[in-house]
Design a protein around this ligand. Structure first.
Ligand code: UDP
Length: 233
């Protein structure tokens, strides 16, 4: 997978330009889980390489992999951090956004927070993330509004399939999958304290909070093993 090696500030500058030019942009923030999933799923892998305009390294595992493979990555750039910066940008520039994803009560709380804290954002629309991907009315509702940005918190690979398809039908728009970000943004799920983030222990915090994630995290050692294997070639 080809990561774009920019800092968060550099990414934001690029995105700002593209939004200004009304250039369609699909951004994937890829963590080790996504990398491993793409490795085993050709359809998803092809979608990422053909449709994503930018892929950021989301997760310390990916940054470490860069070190091991001697292709160092400047910094970890998470979907949640980009989301917050882009909300600020949208507020400053009076842009329109569409939010899609998470459970109904969560998306409603997220919408409430956007309305309160980002008064200049025009909220083009929102809906929860529980719908059939084949249901064209969901996409049509977004197309009708032609928002400047669409944030889809549907989890992977669902959000990437949804957004790549949508991108083909839109004339403009910045599209980004942001996983569980609405759960955090709404205040329902807490992010790790900053000191833990700085020690790169966010994954450990999430494991403590949601022990059921353990199974999903088993992919991490496999990921590191795979990186080392490729690194030896
Ligand atoms: N989700 C959704 N529709 C679905 C399945 C999941 O909207 O059909 C949401 C779910 O409510 C959660 C997010 O997608 O808000 C996935 O969160 P997770 O923590 O798994 O994402 P990660 O950030 O780890 O990719």
């Amino acid at each position: 997978m080809a990561f774009d090696n920019y800092t968060k500030a550099e990414f934001i500058e690029k995105f700002e330009n593209r939004i200004h030019q009304q250039e369609k942009t699909l951004v994937v923030t890829a963590n080790p889980e996504i990398v491993m999933y793409a490795k085993d799923n050709p359809k998803y892998k092809t979608l990422l390489s053909n449709e994503a305009d930018y892929i950021t390294a989301d997760g310390i595992g990916v940054v470490k992999a860069g070190e091991i493979l001697k292709t160092p990555i400047k910094e970890r750039v998470t979907g949640y951090d980009l989301f917050l910066d882009l909300l600020n940008m949208a507020n400053q520039k009076h842009l329109s956004i569409y939010l899609i994803g998470a459970k109904q009560e969560i998306i409603e709380l997220a919408v409430k927070r956007v309305r309160e804290e980002y008064p200049n954002i025009s909220l083009a629309g929102y809906r929860n993330g529980y719908f059939d991907l084949d249901d064209q009315t969901v996409q049509q509702a977004i197309i009708d509004k032609a928002p400047d940005m669409v944030f889809a918190a549907l989890g992977f690979p669902r959000q990437e399939y949804f957004l790549a398809d949508l991108k083909h039908k839109l004339n403009k728009g910045y599209l980004m999958g942001i996983g569980g970000s609405f759960d955090v943004f709404s205040g329902i799920t807490k992010r790790a304290p900053v000191w833990m983030q700085d020690l790169h222990l966010e994954w450990f915090y999430r494991l403590l909070k949601e022990p059921t994630r353990f199974k999903r995290m088993l992919v991490l050692p496999k990921f590191i093993q795979e990186v080392k294997r490729v690194g030896k070639r």
